[in-house]
Design a protein around this ligand. Structure first.
Ligand SMILES: [Zn+2]
Length: 294
C-alpha cells in the first residue's frame, strides 16, 4: 500500500481556510489525502463582521470565540488544523497607521517562519498552498504569510537551515491560491445578470485594473461538489461571515455550473508537470512518495 499524499494549507487567520481553497481541501480529504491547515495567528484583532454577532460578550472574548469557530470549521472540512501561535496584526486603516507591537507581521522573517518550518518537517507535505506575494488582499498578515510559506518551502529541506526545527523535509510543489480573479467574477457577474438575479459585482469589476494577471492560473481543481461543505465551513466562522452578505449572494448552483473549480498558480515545482493542470498532485507519484514519520 502506498503512503498517503499530504497537503498543507498555510493561512493567516481562522476563516481564511474556509474562504480560500476550502472545497479543494474538502475534496482531497475525502479522496484519502492528509490535509493540515496551519493558521499563523489567532485572529485576535479581527472585527466582528456579522451584525448578528456584534454583541459585547462576543467582542470581549473574540480570541476564544474564534478558536471555537475554527474547531467547528475544521470538523466540517475534515482537515487537521493547528495554530502556530502568532498574534494578529490587524488591518491598518491607512498607510501611516503603525502595526501593534509584537504582532505577526513585525517579526523578523526567520522568527516568523521557524514554527512553519517545524510544522513542514513534522507533517512532511508534498504540496503547500498559500497566498501570492500581494497576500491576495493587502492585509499585513497575508503578505507575511506568503513570505513565511516561501521561506519554509525553500528552507525546510536544507539541514543547515533552522537546525533546531526537526529533520529536513522538502515539499515538492508550492501553489498560490487564486480565487479572486477578475475572470471568475466577470463570469459569475454575467451569469447572474443574464438570469435577472442582479449582480453585486459590477462596481467591483469596474474598479479592477485591466492588466494581465501577475500570477496566471496554472491549475484548476474541480471541486463544485464540495461547495456546500465550503459554505458550511465558512458559516461556522459566524463572527466573520454574514450569512446575508457578500459571500453568499451568488447562488451555489450557479457557481457549480459556471465556475466549478478553485484555481491556483504553481509558484514552485520540483517535479515534472505540464500546465494547465487539474490536480495539485500532478507529477507526484504516490508510490514514490516517502511515508510520513509520525
Ligand atoms: Zn485573513
Amino acid at each position: 500500500m502506498s503512503a498517503p499524499l499530504r497537503l498543507m494549507a498555510v493561512h493567516a487567520h481562522p476563516d481564511d481556510e474556509s474562504s480560500k481553497g476550502a472545497a479543494t481541501m474538502a475534496r482531497y480529504v475525502r479522496e484519502g489525502v492528509e490535509v493540515l491547515v496551519c493558521t499563523l495567528t489567532g485572529g485576535e484583532r479581527g472585527s466582528v463582521l456579522n451584525p448578528k454577532m456584534d454583541r459585547p460578550e462576543i467582542v470581549a472574548n473574540i480570541g476564544e470565540v474564534r478558536r471555537a469557530e475554527m474547531a467547528r470549521a475544521r470538523e466540517i472540512l475534515g482537515v487537521e488544523q493547528r495554530f502556530l501561535g502568532f498574534i494578529d496584526s490587524g488591518l491598518p486603516e491607512n498607510e501611516e497607521e503603525e502595526l501593534p507591537e509584537g504582532c505577526f507581521a513585525l517579526h523578523k522573517l526567520e522568527d516568523a517562519a521557524a514554527p512553519l518550518v517545524a510544522a513542514v518537517r513534522e507533517f512532511r507535505p508534498h504540496v503547500i498552498i498559500t497566498y501570492d506575494d500581494d497576500g491576495g488582499y493587502p492585509h499585513p498578515d497575508h503578505i507575511m504569510t506568503n513570505k513565511v510559506s516561501v521561506e519554509a518551502f525553500e528552507a525546510a529541506g536544507d539541514p543547515d537551515r533552522y537546525p533546531d526545527a526537526g529533520d529536513p523535509w522538502q515539499p515538492l510543489k508550492l501553489y498560490y491560491q487564486m480565487g479572486f480573479t477578475k475572470e471568475r467574477f466577470e463570469a459569475l457577474h454575467e451569469a447572474m445578470t443574464e438570469r435577472g438575479l442582479g449582480s453585486p459585482y459590477s462596481d467591483w469589476i469596474a474598479r479592477w485594473e485591466d492588466r494581465p494577471a501577475k500570477w496566471p492560473v496554472t491549475t484548476r481543481v474541480p471541486c463544485g461538489d464540495y461547495f456546500q461543505i465550503r459554505d458550511e465551513a465558512l458559516l461556522a466562522h459566524a463572527t466573520q461571515v454574514d450569512p446575508d452578505g457578500f459571500w453568499f449572494v451568488c447562488p451555489r448552483e450557479l457557481q457549480q455550473e459556471i465556475w466549478p473549480t478553485e484555481d491556483y498558480h504553481l509558484a514552485r515545482s520540483l517535479v515534472d508537470t505540464e500546465t494547465p493542470e487539474d490536480d495539485l498532485f500532478a507529477g507526484i507519484h504516490a508510490d514514490e512518495v516517502e511515508p510520513a514519520c509520525h
